[in-house]
Design a protein around this ligand. Structure first.
Ligand code: DWN
Ligand code: ZN
Length: 398
């Protein structure tokens, strides 16, 4: 695909991460023959500056059984979602009988917390989820009309790590046009291209992240669909995200934070090709440094285990070429990942209990975004002389 998925403007290639598997297609040994691969290439729209993948994965390939992501396995993420709900209860949801809809509701913590406070809420999620009320569908004009007919307009439509994954973003905005109350807010949070560039967070780039937003590109996208970007907030989770608030065009004035972020993006040169070219050279320097380190340690007889079979680590392992020869297995707390092989490079995934059985000399922290939480949980590893290897923003041993 060479045209922008939002405005049909021309796409210019920025980076090519080669042949990749789907980042969460953990595979059983007997299914290796059917593994799907695609080419991971990132481009930028010359018209609206939106950075996006240049090849769209066929939707039937994206849906795989037992989707293994459970965000609230992390206590930090659980608190993040609880705090989100608590803040809205104090600020945005102070009118009579508010109604909140979440698109693709993760583990449902936001809605569950709102529900406990008596707020009407609904998840719109094709996979369904227990514990909160669900409308089992994709969010679009049709499902939005059904929801509006039954529940009335929504004061907040929320989406975490969902909009960036949906190439057909026009269908989301069509749903908002139907469902959002006149002064309602569409609030969504996704990885921030600025953090990807600033931290050399290349491993945020994989199939599920189709778009890499900035305030500039979200503003253009909102305008295109008759809405307006009215607020932005940096949030520290998942390696640095932005929470964007979008409203109907004439319903609210933008907060000063919008212009501040836009100015910062301009001066950081996010829309310049040279900025991305520098990023790509840094990624390649990280690859060389990490491969040298792992090869050197293994050559000296040290043991290394991976920690966190993240979606992100698919890009790291497959682009860098890290397989079981360098990292014999990876520990992960997600039961459905255990007993599988990581996509593409086929590193076995094992339960965290095996981490201490016995401790390795080094642990390669694929889940670097949860470093504080995991290092605290695994304090005994360090006490026993173990060392962590990190590679974002650069390769280091701690
Ligand atoms: O955008 C996305 C983000 C939000 O979540 C999705 N497209 C997919 C997914 O990406 P990820 O897999 O890179 O997310 P995490 O949260 O970095 O994954 C952490 C992994 O590490 C999980 O598999 C769980 C595991 N883990 C663990 O074994 N012990 C996590 C913690 C906190 C732990 O203590
Ligand atoms: Zn565009």
């Amino acid at each position: 695909m060479t045209a922008c998925r939002v405005c049909a403007g021309p796409l210019r290639e920025l980076a090519d991460f080669g042949r990749q598997p789907l980042a969460q297609a953990f595979v059983r040994p007997e299914d290796l023959a059917t593994e799907f691969f695609y080419r991971l290439v990132v481009g930028r729209c010359a018209d609206c500056a939106l950075v996006q993948l240049m090849h769209e994965i066929p939707p039937d390939k994206m849906v795989h059984e037992g989707y293994p992501y459970h965000p609230t396995n992390s206590t930090v993420m659980h608190k993040h979602f609880q705090d989100t709900a608590a803040r809205w209860l104090e600020t945005t949801l102070t009118g009579p009988d508010p109604f909140v809809v979440e698109i693709g509701c993760n583990d449902g913590v936001v809605l569950h917390t709102l529900g406990e406070a008596g707020v009407r809420h609904l998840a719109v999620d094709p996979s369904g989820i227990t514990g909160v009320q669900v409308h089992e569908a994709f969010f679009n004009a049709v499902s939005a009309a059904e929801i509006r007919a039954e529940h009335g307009p929504a004061d907040i439509v929320y989406a975490a790590n969902t909009v960036c994954a949906q190439p057909d973003v026009a269908s989301i905005f069509a749903g908002l046009e139907v469902l959002l109350a006149p002064h309602g807010l569409f609030v969504f949070e996704d990885p921030y291209l600025g953090e990807v560039l600033a931290r050399t967070g290349f491993d945020q780039i994989y199939d599920e992240h189709f778009y890499y937003f900035t305030a500039q590109s979200v503003q253009a996208m909102a305008n295109r669909f008759g809405m307006r970007l009215v607020d932005v907030e940096r949030i520290p989770v998942h390696g640095g995200q932005i929470r964007y608030s979008v409203a109907r065009r004439d319903s609210r004035l933008p907060a000063p934070a919008v212009d501040e972020l836009l100015a910062g993006e301009e001066s950081a040169g996010f829309a310049d090709d040279t900025t991305f070219a520098r990023f790509v050279s840094k990624v390649d320097a990280t690859r060389d440094a990490l491969l040298n380190l792992l090869t050197d340690l293994r050559g000296k007889g040290h043991s290394i285990v991976g920690y966190g079979a993240t979606a992100k680590s698919a890009t790291t392992a497959n682009y860098f070429g890290i397989g079981p020869d360098l990292v014999p297995f990876v520990c992960d707390s997600t039961p459905s990942k255990q007993g599988t092989l990581t996509p593409g490079m086929h590193i076995p995934v094992r339960p965290p209990a095996e981490f201490a059985d016995p401790y390795p000399d080094y642990a390669l922290l694929f889940a670097w975004n949860h470093a504080d939480e995991i290092m605290a949980k695994e304090k005994a590893f360090r006490d026993a002389g173990g060392k962590w290897i990190l590679y974002v923003p650069e390769v280091r041993i701690v």
